[in-house]
Design a protein around this ligand. Structure first.
Ligand code: SAM
Length: 285
């Protein structure tokens, strides 16, 4: 039964195990059944699905996932939570809890073992201190992915979803949108968590592209160009590229490439779409 989302039940289990929240692990547990239902609905989990949950905490969302999915693997770094999870998930035989650091495990191998290498769904209320490494790690390790539905810091969700020309648009928007379509599903206030985080939160769904939306000769070079372009936000793209010695692109080469694309030499990085960055990186290579 999925009931830990009721605050009193969370408090009871925390007291029973004398559990103390660890700031260093980004522990903010969900205590709002509406938000939990919204996340699980947005993830569109079916009885065929394998779901990876990152950071199950006391198992609040894990219970919902176990009700819907064929198989759930939950990766939790804090060993003090393992006995708690043993109790809260004892009613389910389709879940495995791994006491590991998610950044250190081979998730592609996990997908192979539990889902025969077919695309998996990732669902989580993420520890905010490692949101970007977790998400980019999943993409860059070429884990077979169908979707990632996660709670993140509100500003981070906005950056992931941002379109060119907005102030939130940057390297993270481009990196995420290269791999997935990003949609904010819900904004979630601090009072839906225990303890309350100092920042606002949002649920974002990343639906992974089956085929990349752009074609580039060198993926790694595209992202180096993107990073250099946003390195000095108030500078022009040409200066950003020219000042990044490791990139090996001169300002003259950058101006020429922009000219070929019909763009002004003083254009800023935040004006260029993913398609334009792909074209630029192909021209500069
Ligand atoms: N899913 C629970 C919920 O919604 O109530 C807990 C979410 S809490 C924001 C983040 C969880 O991730 C915590 O349980 C924390 O211990 C765990 N965590 C933090 N760093 C981790 C890591 N490197 N690997 C795996 N889990 C981690």
């Amino acid at each position: 039964m999925a009931t830990l989302g009721i605050p009193q039940n969370t408090i009871e289990i925390l007291q029973k195990y004398d559990f103390h929240f660890q700031k260093k692990y980004g522990q903010n547990f969900l205590i709002d059944t509406h938000v939990l239902e919204k996340i699980v609905r947005a993830a569109e989990i079916t009885a065929e699905d394998f779901v990876l949950e990152i950071g199950p905490g006391i198992g609040t969302m894990t219970q919902y996932l176990c009700e819907k999915a064929r198989r759930v693997v939950a990766v939790e770094v804090d060993r003090k939570l393992i006995p708690v999870l043993e109790e809260t998930l004892s009613g389910y035989d389709n879940v495995a809890v791994l006491n590991e650091d998610v950044l250190k495990i081979d998730i592609a191998e996990l997908a192979q073992e539990y889902n025969q290498g077919k695309p998996i769904k990732v669902v989580a209320n993420l520890p905010y201190y490692i949101t970007t490494p977790i998400i980019m790690g999943l993409f860059e390790a070429h884990v077979p992915l169908e979707s990632i539905t996660v709670m993140v810091q509100k500003e981070v969700a906005e950056r992931m979803q941002a379109a060119p020309g907005t102030k939130e648009y940057g390297a993270l928007s481009l990196a995420v949108q290269y791999y997935a379509k990003a949609e904010v599903v819900a904004n979630v206030p601090p009072n839906c968590f225990m303890p309350r985080p100092k920042v606002g939160s949002a649920v974002i769904r990343l639906t992974c592209h089956k085929d990349r939306p752009v074609t580039v000769s060198d993926e790694a070079f595209l992202f180096r160009v993107v990073r250099a372009s946003f390195n000095q936000r108030r500078k022009t793209l040409v200066n950003g590229l020219g000042n990044d010695a490791a990139l090996g692109v001169t300002k003259e080469q950058a101006v020429q490439a922009l000219e070929k694309m019909g763009l002004q030499p003083d254009v800023r990085g935040e004006r260029l779409s993913l398609q334009e960055f792909a074209q630029l990186s192909n021209l500069l290579l």
